[in-house]
Design a protein around this ligand. Sequence first.
Ligand SMILES: Cc1ncc(C[n+]2csc(CCOP(=O)(O)OP(=O)(O)O)c2C)c(N)n1
Ligand SMILES: [Mg+2]
Length: 712
Amino acid sequence: MVHHANFGRENPDGTKVGGHQASSSSIITLLTGLYFGALRSTDVVAVKAHGSPAFYACHYLRGNLDAAMLPRLREYGGLQAYPSRRKNREIVDLSTGSMGLGAVSATFGGWTTRYLVDHFGATGPERFIVMVGDAELDEGNVWEALQEETVQRLGNVLWIVDLNRQSLDRITPDARRHHITGMFRTAGWRVIELRWGSRLREHRALRERLERMPHAEYQSLLCLPPERVQELVGAPKELVADVGGHDLARVLEAFAEADRERDRPTVIIADTIKGWGLPFAGDPLNHGMLLTAAQLEQLRTSLGVPADDPLARFPADSPEGRLIASLPPLFRTPRPASRPRVEPPETLDSTYTGSMSTQEAFGRVLGALARLPVAERIVTVSADVAVTTHLAGWVNRRGVYYPEKRPDYFGDRGIAQAMQWRESPGGQHIELGIAEHNLFLLLTALGLADDISGEPLLALGTLYDPFVARGLDALLHALYSGARFIVAGTPSGVSLSPEGGAHQSVVTPSIGIALPHCTYYEPTFAQDTEWILLDGLRRIADGVGESLYLRLSTRPIDQSLRAPAVERSHVVQGAYRLVDRGRPEVTIWAAGVMVPEALEAGRLLEADRRAANIFAITSPDLLYRGYAGARKGGEASSYLERLVRDDEAAAPVVTVLDGHSHALGFIGGALGTIQLPLGVDDFGQSGTRADLYRHYGIDAESIARGARALLE
Ligand SMILES: Cc1ncc(C[n+]2csc(CCOP(=O)(O)OP(=O)(O)O)c2C)c(N)n1
Ligand SMILES: [Mg+2]
């Protein structure tokens, strides 16, 4: 497959194709043991991303992948370079690619299943099997996940570490093996070490000598001719290279052993050889190496692969063919028709008066949902900010999830607490340590529960908005994997005032617009927040919606500023008209908490007899996508353009948001007029709200001044 992709297929511009033959051969024995032995129909698998060719080959031999797909590795519409659930759904259970993320989201799949068992008596998947590279474990997010207390109890999780002592560039540090085993043990895992093959196990002195060697010395032996190895260590090279991860019988034993105890997670740490069986085995620079045609030909003959049909499957009447026929089928995701229906309400019939922030509104909506039957299917997650992101009402009503009931010393002893901490298998809030990667990777698993287990969940996560950037790679992984969930980034922007620049988010609106398969909203008013949330939940429940990113704030907003006749459809489509002064000289477009400043600027301009019409933007993302999509699709106009009247369209535009100005920088262009984009284009800092709005030029005065300058 890899050879064809690189040398067989037409490649007009000569771009490197690649395909990781060394990394694939490193896991081939482990995958053989798994796919032709240990795997059950109830198991899902996440495989080391760059070992994908070996993984595809196993599926092919199992009859699960069409032969026509094999020549299509890394081709447009073909087999993806790294396993992708979205794009090769028929074979890929769980997406991987960015080191460490797929492994952890798969592990959190084990957690999610445990939750589904406890809440709905779900039956599967039974095991989450994760194959990782040894250097992949350098990624800190792996250990952030393993520290979570619940993970230590997941008997449905099995990891296999492909310990080939190599990463991309180098031979791994000698202490790594010790660290890896120690870290797993400390985290409460059962560790099965598969260091040597059965032959070498008989040679104690040699084994001990090899174990004392630095990694580099051992790797050098793998690269020397057999005579030199014999000379240096007094043993045949074959024996020196007899590692456990390529001894199929030992691999099968390890899988059987892993199955014997199921009350905690297990890891099999298997020594392997990167490039096993290939001319560049053990070469420190073999990561990107490819076999030449002559080397491939030699490999073909040595394996007895027919020249006229190199992709032939094993004949049905061969021992291999019979074994394959006897294996249980591979995991299949449940059909949508068999899944329970979940119906979030259309409205909560709440009224929102006085002053309220969008963060408070978010908490109020969740609190109201907590009393309805749909609450059963809602699960919230926070990385140590549940109280400060307004989840207390929800948590008090629905409890905290833990796989076993634990005593609530504070509650039982009558110590009053604003947020009660009642932990039980029936709880519906999952609290994580401060690790935003864990937050998004757990949301990945919860957001795929419908797809993988046939049990829909409405998952909502909260975090401080600046830390969206901290977890961004994991958020991308979540969306890339096809998970659907809602995340509230709150509080956001410089409106957080005294908290200062380290906690104020500036770049997140741009992130919100750019994230694929996720709608970014930044509402101003409580009613809008409710409609957006309910609409998003309904769409996710119906399997048609994408994920939602709500950028919220703690700034109290006078709810009476909202025009009473706002239409729900406008709110969910991204913007609505707030003030109409007839034919305007300028239009002001404000998102989120900047609406009061825009309204005040409108009044200042009116005092100069300059009419300004004001629009409230609820989703910069939808406006941009609508506009760009309409242009690309050749449509006459987009929602944004239809929102303005002909007598408004040519008026200059001022936009303002509590975030980087460029997030709304497209509006003038979309309307075909000149624009002044206002926002926060530098890091934040401490100060009062008024100080900061003035400093960054987003106060009413600056908006009005900007509008006057535009008009002049
Ligand atoms: C987050 C991230 N950083 C960098 C890479 C590029 N990369 C791909 S494989 C690899 C080395 C992985 O080593 P290991 O996990 O030991 O697997 P092996 O190459 O030995 O099969 C690197 C750095 C990546 N895929 N993801
Ligand atoms: Mg490695």
